[in-house]
Design a protein around this ligand. Structure first.
Ligand code: FES
Length: 389
């Protein structure tokens, strides 16, 4: 019978049925591996953001964390080749009769390699200067063979007017930006959804960083232009805002408001109607991430359900002085408000949760024991490495 420093995990056969099995001694989480006929015991708490390693999978001799795919050797606990300095604590294993025992204490320490922070993780500070407006075109098209877009046309009028006002501008066309859809890390755990976005940090080809940089670090005014597609904003708009969940999630998990003193405005056009519902969604989302709105925060145009003559729609918008004037006035209102907000600088850095969905989380919610996670980086300061594909 092993000495008291050994703890009984249960029948050996139970741990042979899968290459990785989560286990627990007291409050300490473990990942028990059984690969190529050999057992291993690692801490069940990932070095990266505390993910549940024991609930991951095994690839070759490496366990893969289910949150963001950091890999650790199934017996040594060392990170994958190139990242050996990232090591999980390991435990001794022994078999007595038909029972599996694990050492009460780890036999190797948790180690963390150097991880320079992603550039988006830098402190959010408004650099002094003129008001800045980021225009975001969400309409989809073949960018090599562009077509006339009514929402883009009015966005162009608005951007030109902003330049005339002395505003710095930046235009982002989502159709020309290669970015992945949200992978739903938040649905695994609120703590699996990080700032900067996990996808942005893992995939250097993903260009959502352009949007994050513009809306979080740079712009005072965010002008989003969308067509109406089947009664909703464009699919690219939704793809973008799903990826912006990580901005709102910082409020939930870290009580941290990333976007302060910012104004959002919208241009909505479509051959068919549903403007109020589209505007309602956009106002709701941008309000939730911390934006403010000027009085009358959008302009919109639609000729209604029966107006399927698209060429005529284009002509109407092209020749509408009223819409162009409306686009300019929208920018005026937003710029005035942005200046007001910057002059007063009273936006909160945190907020009370009562009545909001963003309740404080408790550690039990993520199944990570407090002793194990202490010393891990705060999720909002997570340092990423690029795991192998
Ligand atoms: S928490 Fe394990 S990879 Fe991110």
């Amino acid at each position: 019978m092993p000495s008291p420093e050994w703890l009984d995990l249960g029948p050996v056969e139970r741990f042979k049925s899968s290459p990785i099995t989560p286990a627990r001694i007291g409050t300490t989480k473990l990942a028990i591996t059984y690969v190529n006929g050999e057992f291993g015991a690692l801490s069940g708490v990932c070095n990266h953001a505390g993910g549940p390693v024991g609930e991951g999978r095994v690839e070759g001799e490496y366990v893969v964390c289910p949150w963001h795919q950091w890999r650790y050797h199934c017996r040594t606990g060392k990170g994958e080749p190139g990242f050996e300095a990232d090591a999980l604590p390991t435990y001794d294993i022994r078999i007595e009769g038909d029972r599996l025992f694990v050492s009460a204490e780890p036999v190797s320490k948790r180690m963390r390699g150097p991880h320079p922070p992603h550039w988006l993780a830098r402190k959010i500070e408004r650099v002094p200067g003129n008001i800045r407006l980021a225009g975001i075109s969400t309409t989809n098209m073949d960018v090599m063979n562009p077509r006339y877009s009514t929402s883009d046309a009015l966005l162009d009028v608005a951007m030109r007017h902003a330049v005339e006002l002395g505003v710095e501008t930046k235009l982002i066309r989502l159709a020309a930006l290669n970015f992945r859809p949200c992978a739903g890390y938040y649905s695994k755990s609120a703590h699996a959804c990080t700032w900067p976005c996990s996808i942005t940090q893992m995939d250097s080809t993903d260009r959502m960083d352009v949007v994050y940089e513009a809306v979080v670090h740079w712009a005072d005014v965010i002008l989003v232009a969308t067509p109406i597609r089947w009664g909703n904003a464009s699919s690219l708009y939704y793809r973008m805002v799903e990826r912006m969940n990580c901005i709102q999630n910082q409020i939930t998990i870290a009580n941290r408001i990333l976007m302060r003193n910012k104004v959002s405005i919208f241009i909505i056009t479509g051959g068919q109607d549903n403007i109020q519902a589209v505007a309602g969604q956009m106002l709701g989302f941008f309000g939730e991430i911390g934006c403010n709105f000027p009085q009358f925060p959008y302009i919109a145009h639609s000729r209604g359900w029966t107006a399927e003559d698209m060429e005529r729609n284009i002509e109407v918008v092209k020749h509408s002085r009223e819409l162009r004037d409306g686009a300019r006035a929208l920018v005026n209102r937003a710029v005035d408000m942005a200046q007001l907000l910057l002059d007063h600088e009273e936006a909160p850095h945190t907020m009370e949760r009562g009545g909001r969905k963003a309740h404080h989380l408790v550690m039990e919610d993520i199944g990570v024991d407090a002793g194990e996670i202490s010393g891990l980086p705060m999720v909002n300061d997570v340092l990423m490495r690029t795991p192998s594909a």
